[in-house]
Structures are given as structure tokens and as C-alpha cells.
Design a binder for this molecule. Structure first.
Ligand SMILES: [Zn+2]
Length: 53
């Protein structure tokens, strides 16, 4: 599993985030919630574009 993933917000911003965040991840452009922490990884609210290094 990739450590970082790229998600796309509904505003169009693509953002690289940690695949298993410890806290909520928000879009840096519009502050939309992109991912929430779960026991085993992120619950994505944005669209998963690709894995990142
Ligand atoms: Zn956004």
C-alpha cells in the first residue's frame, strides 16, 4: 500500500495526502474535507487519483 496518495477535490485541486492520516485532511484550496482517519487507513471523501511516492 502506498504511503501517500493523490486525491482530487470537487473544486479541482489535486492534493497529495498521507494514506493513513491521523487527523482529518482538508483541501488546501477550499477547506473541503478530503479524508478522515480510520483504524486501517483513510476514509476518502475526495476522488483517489493515483498512488504517490
Ligand atoms: Zn477543494
Amino acid at each position: 500500500m502506498a504511503k501517500f496518495i493523490v486525491v482530487k477535490c470537487k473544486c479541482g485541486n489535486e492534493q497529495k495526502i498521507f494514506a493513513a492520516p491521523a487527523m482529518n485532511v482538508q483541501c488546501r484550496v477550499c477547506n473541503e474535507l478530503l479524508a478522515q482517519p480510520t483504524g486501517g487507513g483513510a476514509a476518502l471523501l475526495g476522488k483517489h487519483i493515483k498512488d504517490a511516492e
